[in-house]
Design a binder for this molecule. Structure first.
Ligand code: FAD
Ligand code: SF4
Length: 460
């Protein structure tokens, strides 16, 4: 049987921002690791976007060789403590585990987390330097991965980040109780030790232009994410008391607004909060509002089965007292000077759309009113236009940056990856893009050296 992971009690945890999952002890991790069948053709690896050698790192846990286990993971992923906590393993490696059919897939995510947390081993920082310089725009998982992989190859890498702290969504979006910021800082610290420089408070497109980076660096990677929140475009959405989930979460995670007045930024503590949406962002916002003392309901236009949020997060939210109102869509936010209530309509599910999910259809005459003094909109995010508007880069669907299979944009020396190239995705998809881009940038720079006649057998 799967070894259960200890967790903070829901009654206690809604009063704090400490991590909910407490992680395996050494003995629990070894017992869980010993269940792995060490398959010769491991289907779990096939489903891992960065192809971690899962049976090999698990085998090393059984041998209590945790440093070696970390080394195996780090061959494919520089952010193991982060991925062990936030990757949707139940849809990836764990769903493909041979034991999944019996509902007992190996808890690969929690084992990855255990290794990252218990290991003292550091990355090799004795790297032979190359002369080329690479600029990375954005310090989310895509940017951090490109930077780490290129630094390991000897390139001089500088990351430019718009916010005052690096990490992207890992820092400003995902709450402390799911991903402690000391874990993010530790893994960014490892990358900095490779020699990567991080310049914060630099908005490319305003403070500096992409053109200037192209002139001053040998290659550029864009990993600026998709941080622009979408709204429902319904009456009343501009009323005070309506937040985008992005703003609400940033106030808490980055600006520590829950500690106000001991922090500079305040946040509204609603008595009755409606969170609109069904993804990870909606569930994070709902669980934060709950910790601020609010009565919280998640309103979603499809049913629970269609919710894109991770199952583990939905269960945690439910256990913390978050309510769910499914097959419901807001049509109007009502209030004089402030949000007072929301008019909603009941929905039914029609035919499947292009994404394979059934289309929600409003049922005429089923409108009803729900009281609320706070509404948090979490219906999706798209690319922020600041950088895009300042360039002539070719764009794809949804104003994402168009890239080829090597993550190269329409500008020869500019590469891109992560959410800016595909809209909202996952941390591990951003990491996989970062890895692919780092390989392509290395190949591009080696070819350039060759063309310039500077290549020898030593530096090929
Ligand atoms: P980001 O993480 O968005 O980082 C982009 C960085 O670029 C930011 O730091 C930004 O400030 C910076 N930037 C933007 N514009 C500029 C500019 N012009 N100049 C300089 N810097 C700039 N995925 C999961 O796998 N599991 C989860 O549990 C999960 N939960 C999530 C919860 C929330 C609240 C959110 C918002 C997303 C969640 N995701 C989750 C999705 C995941 O976080 C993203 O897919 C991932 O972070 C994308 O990585 P990225 O590197 O492309 O961009
Ligand atoms: Fe172990 Fe499951 Fe992977 Fe087989 S598929 S190697 S049992 S984790």
């Amino acid at each position: 049987m799967r070894v259960p992971v200890p967790e903070q009690d829901p009654k206690e945890r809604i009063n704090n921002f400490c991590e909910v999952s407490l992680g395996y002890t050494e003995q629990q991790a070894i017992t869980e690791a010993k269940r792995c069948l060490q398959c010769e053709q491991p289907s779990c690896v096939e489903r891992c976007p960065v192809k971690i050698n899962i049976p090999k790192f698990i085998k090393n846990i059984t041998k209590q060789n945790f440093d070696k286990a970390l080394e195996v993971i780090m061959e494919s992923n520089n952010l193991p403590g982060i991925c062990g906590r936030v990757c949707p393993q139940e849809q990836q490696c764990e769903s493909a585990c041979r034991l999944a059919k019996r509902g007992e897939a190996i808890n690969i995510g929690k084992l990855e987390r255990f290794v990252a947390d218990h290991c003292k081993k550091r990355l090799n920082t004795k790297i032979k330097k190359k002369k080329e310089k690479v600029a990375v725009i954005g310090s989310g998982p895509a940017g951090l991965t490109v930077a780490a992989d290129l630094a390991l190859l000897g390139y001089n890498v500088t990351i430019f980040e718009a916010l005052h702290k690096p990490g992207g969504v890992l820092t400003y979006g995902i709450p402390e109780f799911r991903l402690p910021k000391e874990i993010v800082e530790k893994e960014i610290g490892n990358i900095k030790r490779l020699g990567v420089k991080i310049k914060t408070n630099v908005v490319i497109g305003k403070t500096l232009l992409l053109k200037e980076l192209e002139e001053n660096f040998d290659a550029v990677f864009i990993g600026v994410g998709a941080g622009l929140p979408y709204f429902m475009k319904i009456p009343g959405e501009n009323l005070p008391g309506v937040y985008s989930a992005n703003e609400f979460l940033t106030r808490i995670n980055l600006m520590k607004a829950h500690e106000f007045p001991n922090s500079a930024t305040p946040v509204k503590r609603g008595k009755k909060t409606l969170v609109i949406g069904g993804g990870n962002v909606a569930i994070d916002a709902a669980r934060v509002a709950r910790r601020l003392g609010s009565d919280v309901t998640v309103v979603y236009r499809r049913s629970v089965e269609e919710m894109p949020a991770r199952l583990e997060e939905i269960i945690h939210a439910r256990d913390e007292g978050v309510k769910f109102l499914m097959l419901t869509n807001p049509v109007r936010i009502i209030g004089k000077d402030y949000v007072e209530c929301v008019e909603c309509v009941q929905m039914m599910l029609g035919e499947e759309d292009d994404t394979g999910r059934r289309t929600p259809i409003p049922i005429e005459g089923t409108e009803f009113i729900i009281e609320a003094d706070q509404v948090i909109v979490a219906i999706g995010q798209g690319p922020n236009p600041i950088l895009i508007r300042s360039t002539d880069l070719e764009l794809g669907e949804g104003r994402t940056i168009l890239v080829d299979e090597k993550m190269q944009t329409s500008h020869e020396k500019v590469f891109a990856g992560g959410d800016i190239t595909c809209g909202n995705a996952t941390v591990i998809k951003a990491i996989a893009d970062g890895k692919r881009a780092a390989r392509a940038i290395d190949e591009y720079l080696r070819n350039k050296r060759y063309m310039l006649g500077n290549i020898t057998k030593k530096n090929i």
